[in-house]
Design a protein around this ligand. Structure first.
Ligand code: ATP
Length: 265
């Protein structure tokens, strides 16, 4: 049986005037419903390029998907027509990024931004989308969501803005959530609350999470499995506890050494 999301021997190239950068060089991993898979590795190892490939969101050009497949329910996303890709984005697969200020529209009320996702992807009526948006904000842990829905991004704290992003990502009930450094910009206590929120929503809805992070403390706290990337290649993969307790590769050991404290191990 095939997994919900399977990345199979993926090769991503950025063909630049200065030469070709290989961001993914034969990357393979799979994620099941209800599971959290962390992708870790130093800066430039290909984490984000690999994550964006799941929705075919790397800019083409300079990006070329030069080999392999990204299968969602067995269908290769990289070979789907744009119309079907649009249906998958926000419906089956959603993303949360590091910096909500750049992803939110500064001149639009946050409730309307959440509602728009539903209208765009699911053709919901205005009234239903509005009600669902308030519910999504509530589910994302935003107090007094009716009032907050009428506010603009700059009126919210960084933590609340990230919760709005999570509401936008989850309002379409995606089966896969790709979270790229979702808490990196936040201070430590807010980080912990946002991670708790994601884990809670995952339990409730059974979605798969692909968590991109350089923070192995976060991985230890929330992930089931981990993929260690280096220069576009998977150097080590497995369940988090054995990989962290007995890493097989020097590169993984170095990453672990660079992490100040790991609570679970
Ligand atoms: N749009 C792009 N145009 C050109 N090169 C790119 C582009 N996106 C990524 N790259 C290159 O691909 C390689 C992998 O980048 P990627 O952003 O996936 O790494 P990363 O592991 O996510 O790093 P970070 O932790 O710094 O975000 C890097 O060499 C990067 O410069």
């Amino acid at each position: 049986m095939s997994a919900l999301l399977e990345i199979d021997d993926l090769r991503i190239e950025f063909r630049l005037a200065t030469g070709t950068v290989v961001a993914a060089d034969g990357v393979s991993f799979a994620v099941e419903a209800g599971e959290t898979l962390a992708v870790v590795g130093e800066s430039g190892s290909g984490k984000t390029a690999t994550a964006l490939s799941v929705l075919r969101l790397n800019p083409e050009p300079p990006c070329v998907y030069a080999g392999g497949e990204v299968r969602l329910d067995g269908r290769d996303v990289l070979r789907l027509p744009e119309k079907e890709l649009r249906r998958i984005r926000g419906n089956d697969v959603a993303m949360v990024f590091q910096d909500p200020m750049t992803s939110l529209n500064p001149v639009k009320r946050v409730g309307a931004q959440v509602a728009e996702v539903l209208r765009r992807h699911q053709g919901a009526t205005r009234a239903r989308a509005r009600a669902a948006a308030v519910e999504a904000l509530r589910e994302a842990g935003i107090p007094d969501p009716e009032r907050r829905a009428g506010q603009y991004p700059h009126q919210l704290s960084g933590g609340l803005r990230q919760r709005v992003m999570i509401a936008m990502a989850l309002v379409g009930r995606p089966r896969v959530l790709i979270a790229d450094e979702p808490t990196t910009a936040l201070d430590v206590t807010v980080q912990a609350r946002i991670l708790d929120l994601l884990v809670g929503l995952q339990r409730k809805h059974g979605m798969a999470i692909v968590l991109i992070t350089h923070d192995l403390g976060v991985v230890a706290e929330v992930a089931d499995r981990v993929v260690v990337l280096r220069s576009g290649q998977v150097v080590e993969t497995g369940d988090v506890v054995p990989v962290f307790e007995q890493p097989q590769e020097d590169y993984t050991r170095e990453l672990l050494r660079a992490t100040p404290k790991l609570e679970r191990v």
